[in-house]
Design a protein around this ligand. Structure first.
Ligand SMILES: Cc1cc2nc3c(=O)[nH]c(=O)nc-3n(C[C@H](O)[C@H](O)[C@H](O)COP(=O)(O)OP(=O)(O)OC[C@H]3O[C@@H](n4cnc5c(N)ncnc54)[C@H](O)[C@@H]3O)c2cc1C
Length: 188
């Protein structure tokens, strides 16, 4: 990631551009935060994509790479690892779909619909879980690629890098655990 500094000196913003109109005065932080649930949901989906791609590539690799007379996918430890990868992805996928459905239902409203707060909580949980799963699956996949796992030519090395940012943006992992999910549960 390359980063740049933007600075604004004596930059006039007309009152008409106040976010949220007059009612938004002093509430910019809360208005900004209200957009985060959708961002967390899409990060959950994005994490699933990274994790699934890492699993698929790993399955292809361990089926073709041979060591000591066998494809490494024939060794039990490889199958055990691939199985654990798949189960975690499935769990993250179901939570992410549930969060998407809850957000849609909350927006539609009506009897039995979850509240926006419940839907936002699920979105935060899906982001948290799917990001952790993506990091873990990509790293396990990298190890199963052996030395090729570190080579820039292989997709798995890119997935490892791409996964690393997922627990950081749209709410860093500890902030989601502590401030968003933990606090929401204990607030009742
Ligand atoms: C590739 C990339 C793309 C991004 N894209 C966007 C974008 O499009 N739009 C946008 O607005 N932002 C974007 N961001 C910014 C991103 O959302 C923030 O970097 C992220 O939310 C973390 O905030 P921070 O960097 O200020 O970290 P900090 O808030 O400084 O956190 C640093 C560490 O301190 C911990 N911490 C902070 N507060 C607490 C607390 N109260 N209790 C316990 N621990 C705490 C955090 O968990 C973290 O581990 C992007 C970042 C990256 C890396």
């Amino acid at each position: 990631m390359h980063s740049y500094i933007l600075s604004f000196d004596d930059f006039f913003v007309p009152a008409d551009n106040l976010v949220g109109g007059e009612a938004g005065a002093g509430r910019g932080f809360y208005l900004q935060m209200s957009g985060f649930a959708a961002g967390r949901l899409q990060t959950g989906g994005r994490a699933l994509g990274v994790a699934q791609a890492a699993l698929s590539r790993t399955c292809e690799y361990v089926s073709s790479r041979r060591q000591f007379g066998h494809a490494i996918g024939e060794y039990e430890l490889t199958r055990y690892t691939v199985g654990r990868m798949a189960v975690r992805i499935a769990a993250a996928r179901h939570l992410t779909y549930a969060a998407a459905e809850a957000m849609e239902a909350a927006e539609r409203g009506g009897a039995g619909a979850p509240s926006a707060r419940e839907a936002d909580l699920l979105a935060a949980m899906s982001k948290l879980l799917a990001s952790d799963v993506a990091v873990w699956v990509a790293q396990e996949g990298q190890v199963l690629h052996g030395g090729w796992g570190y080579a820039e030519e292989t997709a798995i090395s890119r997935y490892v890098v791409d996964a690393q940012v997922l627990p950081i943006f749209e709410g860093a992992k500890p902030v989601l655990e502590l401030r968003v999910i933990g606090a929401a549960l204990l607030r009742g």
